[in-house]
Design a protein around this ligand. Structure first.
Ligand code: BV8
Length: 256
């Protein structure tokens, strides 16, 4: 690892040692090493001619619910065949360490793949400190009643699936133009205003309101640290930005 990155890692470790209220924001980059394409990765196969932004919208669902249902079912199946990687596990072990020390570490994930929860289960980390701010591929919701289910046929017999409540089942994710779940926004607002360290991992920082939370933390006096493979939209505004792969950096950065 280049000397500058070593120096940054040493500084970041010192910040983590002295921090007692930490917010970790994660994006698709932390799941890349589990084999899940990031949001900016070009899509392939049947989806090569679409962009994620155009399919992840209520308009796409209105226009062609079968196509959108197929895309999400395929992504759900891929996720169920993947596993948490060293980056997810390092965060879960850090949450365990923090809990023993009476410190608080909250994960705000933009990812809808459920891998933070699976990592937490693997190491008995607290699951109530993981907030899926953009929902989950694993939960599907009736369009008529809003009832959610994770009990889905393998494979879907048809697209979209009829719900037993008279509507259809849509993925339980937040589409562009949809509001984030109120409780997620509430948890994000309170934690970003009260943290003493905000760590952003594996996100391009392009999607709001999540991309703005680092500035909320900064305004309230938190130190801000980024771990990302490439420069992100806001890398220069973090107090410290470490270039690297989450699965390699996090196990040596985070206490366990
Ligand atoms: C809303 C779920 C309002 C679906 C997703 C200002 C304020 C508020 C809203 C807006 C605003 N400006 C614009 C908006 C609208 C919009 C928006 O932000 N648009 C963008 C494009 C400009 N926001 C919204 O619509 C949000 N809703 O604000 O509603 C409202 C209020 C009331 C009533 C009605 C409405 C909703 C946004 C949520 C959209 N849903 N996902 C699905 O998955 O299908 S977004 C999706 O893309 C992800 O969840 C993620 O959040 C987002 C960004 O992706 P990233 O995670 O960053 O991934 P990306 O590929 O971009 O980058 C990966 C990074 O990882 C890279 O930097 C790479 O270098 C790095 N990396 C790769 N490998 C590794 C790595 N790093 C480390 N290690 C590695 N191995």
């Amino acid at each position: 690892m280049p000397v500058q990155e070593q120096i940054n890692l040493t500084r970041a470790r010192a910040w983590i040692e002295e921090s007692t209220r930490v917010v970790i924001l994660t994006g698709a980059g932390i799941s890349a090493e589990s084999g899940i394409p990031t949001f900016r990765d070009a899509m392939d196969g049947l989806w090569a001619r679409y962009s994620a932004e155009e399919l992840a919208t209520p308009e796409a669902w209105q226009r062609d619910p079968a196509l959108v249902s197929k895309w999400y079912e395929e992504r759900r199946r891929k996720v169920l065949n993947c596993a948490p990687n060293a980056g997810h596990l390092a965060i879960a072990r850090y949450q365990n360490w923090a809990k023993e020390q009476g410190r608080e570490v909250i994960v705000l994930t933009q990812n809808v793949d459920g891998l933070h929860f699976r990592a937490a289960k693997q190491v008995n980390a607290p699951e109530d400190a993981i907030i899926e701010v953009h929902g989950s591929l694993l939960r599907w919701r009736c369009t008529r009643t809003g009832n959610e289910t994770t009990d889905l046929p393998e494979p879907f017999e048809r697209h979209p699936l009829p719900s037993k409540f008279g509507g259809f089942l849509r993925p339980g994710v937040v589409w562009f133009g949809e509001a984030l779940p109120e409780d997620a926004v509430q948890r994000a607002d309170v934690s970003t205003r009260n943290c003493d360290l905000f760590i952003s991992i594996g996100t391009s920082g392009l999607v709001y309101p999540a991309a703005g939370w680092v500035f909320e933390a900064q305004r309230h006096g938190a130190k801000t640290l980024e771990v990302n493979r490439d420069p992100s939209q806001h890398s220069s505004e973090f107090d410290l930005s470490i270039r690297g792969m989450a699965g390699e950096v996090l196990p040596s950065l985070l206490p366990s």
